[in-house]
Design a protein around this ligand. Structure first.
Ligand code: HEC
Length: 156
């Protein structure tokens, strides 16, 4: 690689440190939060907070290297993308169909171990789900799904 190109890359990376993406941090836990609304058993709440909330809520706990570009950009991208698909902080704003759909998707991605993302687990070992945790989480989500469907039938 030419020296000029290398120098240009170094300059870009340094400049990036000063133009950081917005952080996904909110001051309060909203009333629309999944855990606040549904009060799942402590075990389920812990799994969600440890393995899902960094990318699927309005509050990310950033690691120190989360302040370093380009990592900060990659994290911002994962969080924005994750929240667009599912935001536990705004669960209460979902209608019955959206809740039902979200619960189905959660069960599916957890069952197939597509979530939490592998790249995330490599940096957060504690987020990896054991077989027992998969069962605990999905049993709870399945009960929630059945209750949501029942509620919908009654409302129709
Ligand atoms: C490192 C960030 C990250 C973590 C942690 C994470 N997700 Fe995701 N999640 C994403 C991103 C990004 C997407 C959207 C892209 C995709 O589907 O791969 C997504 C998509 C999803 C979807 C939608 C799937 C679809 O097909 O539309 C569900 C449901 C989901 N995640 C559930 C979870 C659950 C449950 C956990 C915890 C057990 C979790 N995620 C942990 C980043 C994350």
């Amino acid at each position: 690689m030419g020296k000029k190109i290398l120098l240009a890359i170094v300059v870009i990376v340094i400049v990036m440190q000063f133009i950081q993406p917005d952080k996904n941090i909110s001051e309060e836990i909203p009333q629309s939060d999944f855990i606040v609304l549904n009060t799942p058993p402590a075990e389920v709440a812990t799994i969600l907070k440890t393995s899902c909330y960094d990318c699927h809520s309005n509050n990310t706990e950033y690691p120190w290297y989360g302040n370093v570009a380009p990592v900060s950009y990659i994290l911002a991208n994962h969080v924005n993308d994750g929240k667009r698909h599912l935001n536990f902080s705004e669960w209460g704003k979902y209608n019955q169909n959206q809740k039902e759909h979200a619960l189905e998707e959660i069960i599916e991605v957890v069952e197939h171990r597509e979530m939490p993302m592998t790249s995330y687990i490599s940096m957060h070992e504690e987020a990896a789900l054991t077989d027992t945790e998969v069962k605990v989480l999905n049993d709870y989500m399945t009960t929630s799904l059945n209750m949501t469907s029942l509620y919908k039938q009654k409302a129709e």
